[in-house]
Ligand binder design. Structure first.
Ligand SMILES: [Zn+2]
Length: 217
């Protein structure tokens, strides 16, 4: 799937001589160090804009030792939006730099999150309001996405009309592929069962799918 936002960040990276990778790579230590610093800076700026104070002891920041409270500053929505965009920009830049197909990874993470419903089909929420993982929960297989071994799928928007047929089993489905090397118009319907039992190279192109369907008539 095309990623116009990511491609803008990529343009920025190319224009300014920053690293761009087309294949997954952890990069050099100083690159990783800088990306972490950039992300933390932007997150803390968002917190400041949102009136949230992030305190720590004079030692390494650990999430479970952070005190996150009210700074008594009035939240500034414009500044919050600005800082949020900066965080997203840096996040996408990190993905571009590391050659990570972020949309496909996001689809895989989303699919895993959607599996967090309990056995009764209801979410399991703890006292802090955080969604809990049910017993036997299968986490996102991001490694498989990076190795191009799974078909990332996303749910179509709710206003899309009748469900399309899965490109493999022809059952009607609301799920669509989110292949990172295809533009949005070239994605095809693919049910979650078939997404797990096929690999990306098996997915027919849009033209192939139309030919198959025409042959059935
Ligand atoms: Zn199917």
């Amino acid at each position: 799937m095309s990623d116009p936002y990511g491609s803008k960040v990529r343009e920025f990276h190319e224009k300014f001589g920053l690293v761009v990778r087309d294949t997954p790579d952890t990069g050099f230590w100083n690159e990783r160090q800088l990306r972490v610093r950039l992300m933390l800076e932007e997150v803390l700026e968002f917190a400041k804009a949102a009136g949230v104070m992030v305190c720590m002891e004079a030692r390494r920041v650990q999430m479970d030792r952070l005190w996150i409270g009210d700074s008594a500053e009035t939240p500034d929505l414009t500044a919050m939006a600005h800082e949020l965009a900066d965080v997203a920009y840096v996040t996408h830049g990190t993905a571009v730099q590391l050659g990570i197909p972020l949309l496909a990874v996001t689809a895989e993470v989303h699919a895993a999150n959607m599996r967090k419903l309990g056995p009764d089909g209801k979410p399991i929420i703890n006292a802090q309001g955080k969604v809990q993982k049910p017993e036997g929960w299968k986490p996102a297989d991001v490694g498989a996405v990076l190795a191009n071994k799974t078909i990332p799928v996303v749910q179509e928007p709710p206003d899309m009309g009748p469900a399309e047929r899965c490109c493999f089993c022809r059952k009607r489905t609301r799920m669509w592929t989110a292949l990172h090397d295809r533009s949005p118009g070239q994605q095809v319907a693919c049910c979650e069962v078939c997404a797990k039992s096929h690999v990306p190279k098996d997915v027919p192109t849009k033209a192939e799918w139309f030919r198959q369907e025409d042959a059935r008539r």
